[in-house]
Design a protein around this ligand. Structure first.
Ligand code: HEC
Ligand code: HEC
Ligand code: HEC
Length: 160
C-alpha cells in the first residue's frame, strides 16, 4: 500500500514538475543567466541594483557631466570593473552577447542602451578600449583607434 501511495505521489510530483517546465519553456523565454562578477557585494543592495541601476547611472552621469562632481560609488567604470569578467578562454565578452553582464538582462528585456558606443565594455586594465578619461579618448570616439608604438615607428620612419 505504502509503495503504491509513494509511487502515486512521485508521479503526481513529476507531473507538476514537468508542467512547471512546460510553462517556462512555452509561456516565456528562459530567464537570463547573469554572469557572476567580482567582489563580495554590489555598491548598493542587489535588489535595489536590479530595479534602480539605470537611475543611479543616469544620476551619476548628470552629476559628472554637468556639475563636475566625480565620485566613484556609482561610476560606470567601476560597474564594468567588477561585473565584466573573462570567460574560460580568457576573453572578455562584448556588450550585446548574453555573456556580457550588462546585456544578459537587456537582451532578455529588449532594452537598448547607447552607453557602450563611448564607454569601454570591459575593464580598464586591458588593451581593448581605453577609458574615456584616457588620453586616447578622442581617438576612440572618432574611430581612429589608439596610437601604438608601431604607429609611431612608422611616422618616424616616414620622416627620415
Ligand atoms: C557620446 C559618448 C557617450 C555616450 C553615448 C555615453 N557617455 Fe557617459 N560619458 C561620456 C563622457 C565623455 C564622459 C566623461 C568622461 C569620463 O568621465 O570618462 C562620460 C561620463 C559618464 C559617467 C561618469 C563617469 C563614470 O564612469 O562614472 C557615467 C556614470 C556615464 N557617463 C554613464 C553613461 C551611461 C549610463 C550612458 C548610456 C545611457 C552613457 N554614459 C553614454 C560619453 C558618453
Ligand atoms: C565591488 C564590485 C561591484 C561593483 C563596483 C558593482 N557591482 Fe553590481 N554586483 C556586485 C555583486 C557581488 C553583486 C551580487 C550578485 C548576487 O547577489 O548574486 C552585484 C549585483 C548587481 C546587480 C544584480 C544582478 C543580479 O544577479 O540580479 C546589478 C543589476 C548590478 N550589480 C549592477 C551594477 C552597476 C550598474 C554597477 C555600477 C554602478 C555595479 N553593479 C557596481 C558587485 C559589484
Ligand atoms: C538584472 C538585469 C539587468 C542587468 C544585470 C543590467 N540591467 Fe540595465 N536594465 C535592466 C532592465 C530590465 C532595464 C529597463 C528598465 C525599464 O525600462 O524600466 C534596464 C535599463 C537600463 C538603462 C536605462 C535604459 C533606458 O534607456 O532607459 C541603462 C542605462 C542600463 N540599464 C545600464 C546597465 C548597465 C551599464 C549594466 C551593466 C553594468 C546593466 N544595465 C545591467 C536590467 C538589467
Amino acid at each position: 500500500m505504502r509503495l503504491t501511495f509513494s509511487k502515486k505521489m512521485t508521479s503526481a510530483l513529476l507531473g507538476l514538475v514537468s508542467l512547471a517546465f512546460a510553462s517556462i519553456l512555452f509561456a516565456a523565454p528562459p530567464s537570463p543567466s547573469i554572469p557572476q562578477g567580482k567582489g563580495e557585494q554590489c555598491v548598493e543592495p542587489t535588489d535595489l541594483m536590479r530595479k534602480n541601476h539605470m537611475d543611479m547611472l543616469m544620476h551619476q552621469r548628470d552629476a559628472t557631466m554637468r556639475e563636475g562632481v566625480r565620485t566613484k560609488k556609482h561610476s560606470l567604470v567601476e560597474c564594468i570593473d567588477c561585473h565584466v569578467v573573462p570567460n574560460e578562454q580568457g576573453e572578455y565578452p562584448q556588450y550585446g552577447t548574453n555573456e556580457h553582464f550588462c546585456s544578459t538582462c537587456h537582451n532578455y528585456a529588449s532594452v537598448s542602451i547607447d552607453c557602450f558606443q563611448c564607454h569601454a565594455t570591459k575593464p580598464d586594465n586591458t588593451e581593448y578600449r581605453h577609458s574615456l578619461s584616457d588620453m586616447n579618448a578622442a581617438h576612440q570616439s572618432t574611430g581612429a583607434g589608439s596610437v601604438t608604438k608601431s604607429d609611431l615607428d612608422i611616422v618616424t620612419a616616414e620622416k627620415q
